[in-house]
Design a protein around this ligand. Structure first.
Ligand SMILES: [Fe+2]
Length: 245
């Protein structure tokens, strides 16, 4: 009898969704059809996704102390674990070495959720003020609001960005290595405008004479496009977490 109960328990356990699988299904439910005309995020689904994202841990995705030690010994400033990607969502884990800054970049027309799994990061987020095309041109100067920096650790809730709010950010690893799980929709490579892939663009703040005295005292900043920083590159690592199927 004891043997039967034990084997039933094992069967039941193997059929239970892992926390990562549940999160993945929720992300698919929330963002499937993201590129269709008239798609609108269902707030209820999005809130459920945020709740699940808040609960995810490093253990759930097998980012172990050994993985973090391995990243620490790499020459690359950042390691990336690609978890899942289709036409609607991309899920990845980024691991920044101590002291590394992921430079300021955008997420054109995307929603994004970021959950710190280990270490500590400081995030500076920006909301673009210009109306218009979400893809910024190389010579374009844009006005943005700089939000107060936030320090985020593993027990903190996920950070959210939308096509409009806090769409740009830079991420500083202040206690590392720092790992975070990222869900973006739609993925960068997906063509939603018939003009090809939407690139990830890097920015820098300018403090030129064109910035007015009033703006210098406020949270308003002027940003310009900058080249991909040559010293910021990544190394890919294999995903060893629960299979998503
Ligand atoms: Fe980002």
């Amino acid at each position: 009898m004891k043997v039967i109960i034990e084997s039933l328990r094992k069967v039941f356990k193997s059929r239970m969704s892992t926390r990562m699988e549940t999160l993945w299904k929720s992300a698919l439910k929330t963002f499937t059809g993201r590129n269709s005309v008239g798609y609108k995020v269902c707030q209820k689904n999005f809130e459920k996704l945020c709740t699940l994202m808040n609960e995810i841990t490093a253990e759930d995705v097998h980012v172990t102390p050994e993985v973090l030690r391995y990243v620490h010994l790499q020459s690359a400033p950042m390691c990336v674990i690609d978890v899942f990607e289709n036409q609607d969502i991309t899920i990845a884990i980024f691991i920044l070495k101590h002291g590394v800054t992921m430079p300021m970049h955008d997420h054109p027309d995307m929603h994004g959720l970021l959950k710190v799994l280990s270490g500590t990061v400081k995030i500076n987020s920006y909301t673009i003020q210009n109306e218009g095309d979400c893809i910024i041109k190389p010579d374009q100067e844009i006005s943005a609001i700089k939000h107060p920096p936030i320090v985020v650790k593993k027990n903190d809730p996920a950070c959210v960005l939308t096509p409009r709010d806090k769409n740009l950010h830079e991420i500083l690893c202040i206690e590392g290595p720092a790992a975070f799980l990222d869900i973006l929709s739609p993925p960068y490579h997906v063509d939603v405008y018939g003009e090809g892939e939407r690139p990830c663009t890097y920015f820098k703040a300018i403090s030129s004479n064109s910035v007015s005295e009033a703006d210098k005292k406020s949270d308003k900043v002027q940003l310009v496009v900058t080249d991909t920083p040559p010293d910021f590159y990544s190394r890919g690592l294999a995903y060893n977490g629960p299979p998503l199927s």
